[in-house]
Design a protein. Structure first.
Length: 307
C-alpha cells in the first residue's frame, strides 16, 4: 500500500491468498465458537421435579385406563349389555327391575317399601348355596334355611292377599290379640311369647309337647277354664317367688304319688320327706316330716290369721 492508494493484486496473488484462508479455516475447528455458560441458556421441556410429576400422572392415567377396561369387560360379560340393550335385566319407568334369566347375586339392598315377586304363571325360585336366604327391612327379618323358616319383627307382622287385600294372618300388638287364619286348628311352634292364649267357649284348648313344656310369665301366670287337666309322663314343677294359689277343687291321684315300703325308717339319711299342707285361702306350703302322724304345725305360719 502506497501513499497514493491501495496496491492492486494480481489474479495469482488473490488466488494464493484465498487458498491460504480456506486452508486455515478448514483446519480450525473452533471457528465461530463463542463460549457461553450453559446454565444461563433457556431450557425447553419438563426437567427435574416437573418431569417426575409428569411421569406419575402418565402412570396414574394408565392404571385408570386398565381399571376402566376391566370394569367394561365385566359389565359386558356379566350384565351382557349390547346394541339391543341388556340381555339379563330390564329397567321400567315405574321403577320395576325385571331379571330375564337366572342371576347369581349376594346381598341386595332394596329401596323403601320394595316388593319382590315373579310372573303370574311362573314360580319364583330363590336358592342359597349352603347359605340361608334372608329378607330384611329395618328390624323385620325373614330367614329361610334348610330345616326351618323364621320371622323376626319388633313391630309385628301381617300377611295380606295381594289380589283381595284381605288380611290372612297378623299379629296385632295394639289390641294384644293373636288370631289364627280361618281353617287353621293347630299352631306348631317351638317358642311363643304372648300375653294371652284362649280358645272358643265351645271348644277345648289343648297344648301338647313332645319334650318339656315351660310356661313362664313376667307378671304371673293365670290359668282359667271349666276343667283344667294336666297330663305328663314325667315330673310337674310349680315354682313361684311368693305363693301358689289353687282356687277351686284340686284332685290328686294317690296312685301316682311315690310311697315308701312298710317299716322303712323315717330317719334314713338318704331321703328327705315333706308333707303338703293347704291354708284356708288355698295357699300350699310344705312341712318336713320328722316322725309318724306329724301335722302341719310350723314355727313360721305361712297362712297368717287364716291358719
Amino acid at each position: 500500500q502506497s501513499s497514493n492508494g491501495p496496491v492492486k493484486k494480481s489474479m495469482r496473488e488473490k488466488a494464493v491468498e484465498r487458498r491460504n484462508v480456506n486452508k486455515e479455516h478448514n483446519s480450525n475447528f473452533k471457528a465461530g465458537y463463542i463460549p457461553i455458560d450453559e446454565d444461563r441458556l433457556h431450557k425447553t421441556g419438563l426437567r427435574g421435579r416437573k418431569g417426575n410429576l409428569a411421569i406419575c400422572v402418565i402412570v396414574l392415567l394408565f392404571i385408570l385406563a386398565v381399571i376402566n377396561l376391566i370394569i367394561t369387560l365385566v359389565i359386558w360379560a356379566v350384565i351382557r349389555i349390547g346394541p339391543n340393550g341388556c340381555d339379563s335385566m330390564e329397567f321400567h319407568e315405574s321403577g320395576l327391575l325385571r331379571f330375564k334369566q337366572v342371576s347369581d347375586m349376594g346381598v341386595i339392598h332394596p329401596l323403601y317399601k320394595s316388593t319382590v315377586g315373579g310372573r303370574r304363571n311362573e314360580d319364583l325360585v330363590i336358592t342359597g348355596n349352603n347359605q340361608p336366604i334372608v329378607f330384611q327391612q329395618g328390624t323385620t327379618k325373614l330367614s329361610v334355611e334348610k330345616d326351618k323358616t323364621s320371622i323376626t319383627s319388633d313391630i309385628g307382622m301381617e300377611f295380606v292377599d295381594p289380589r283381595t287385600q284381605n288380611t290372612l294372618f297378623s299379629t296385632d300388638y295394639e289390641t294384644h290379640e293373636f288370631h289364627l287364619p280361618n281353617g287353621v286348628k293347630i299352631l306348631n311352634v317351638q317358642k311363643a311369647s304372648t300375653e294371652r292364649i284362649t280358645s272358643n267357649a265351645t271348644s277345648d284348648l289343648n297344648i301338647k309337647v313332645d319334650g318339656r313344656a315351660i310356661v313362664r310369665g313376667n307378671e304371673g301366670v293365670f290359668i282359667t277354664g271349666k276343667t283344667i287337666e294336666f297330663r305328663m309322663g314325667g315330673n310337674m314343677e310349680l315354682k313361684a317367688e311368693n305363693s301358689i294359689i289353687l282356687n277351686g277343687t284340686v284332685m290328686v291321684s294317690p296312685s301316682r304319688l311315690p310311697s315308701s315300703s312298710y317299716g322303712e325308717q323315717f330317719n334314713n339319711g338318704n331321703w328327705l320327706r315333706f308333707k303338703l299342707c293347704m291354708c284356708a285361702d288355698g295357699t300350699l306350703f310344705k312341712v318336713q316330716v320328722t316322725g309318724h302322724n306329724m301335722g302341719c304345725q310350723t314355727t313360721v305360719n305361712p297362712c297368717g290369721a287364716t291358719h
